[in-house]
Design a protein. Structure first.
Length: 179
């Protein structure tokens, strides 16, 4: 794993973070099936292998991200050799005793090298500073790399929100205790 420094973002980081590759490639999707019968609503997610790899656009535009960053409680930046290579946005006011990670992005050349893990672990430490007990990650159902990372780090699926993103995609939520 490369040597990574995690620190709060500063004004000089913002143009670099906006230019990071926010899209990703996926070979799987979590497909939602809903059964709505009398006195029963059953929602299931099934992991489906796609017939070919797909490139997935990030659900937020760079302009939207810049605005949202000012509303977040923290933007943690991963720095490698003096250059920002990833970031994570977190809020601690979405739900009681919970920190909420809304965005996790790592530049393509640094993916699968522990940068995302370092950012999530740093956000857990940040949550502890506020005496929060849970950390929730949100992601698209096509973001299999992020789903795999969440599960590898001990996060459990805890819900979804249909048409959550501006592109009307579903958001999946994964939770982990930070105590």
């Amino acid at each position: 794993m490369p040597e990574i420094e995690i620190r709060p973002a500063n004004a000089a980081d913002i143009p670099i973070l906006v230019e990071l590759e926010h899209d990703y490639t996926s070979d799987y999707v979590w497909q939602m099936d809903i059964v709505n019968e009398e006195k029963l609503i059953d929602v299931r997610f099934k992991q489906i292998k796609l017939p070919r790899s797909v490139r997935v656009e990030y659900p937020r535009s760079p302009k939207e991200l810049e605005k949202l960053w000012t509303e977040r409680d923290a933007v943690l930046t991963a720095v490698h050799e003096g250059v920002p290579v990833g970031y994570l946005c977190v809020s601690n006011h979405v739900a009681p005793i919970t920190n909420w990670v809304t965005d996790l992005v790592v530049t393509r050349r640094m993916r699968r090298q522990g940068v995302g893990t370092a950012l999530i672990l740093a956000s857990q430490e940040w949550a502890r500073q506020f005496n929060n007990y849970r950390l929730i990650l949100e992601m698209q159902p096509k973001n299999y790399p992020a789903i795999s990372l969440a599960q590898k780090l001990g996060f459990d699926f805890c819900g979804y929100n249909d048409r959550y993103y501006a592109n009307r995609d579903i958001a999946l939520f994964f939770v982990r205790s930070v105590r």
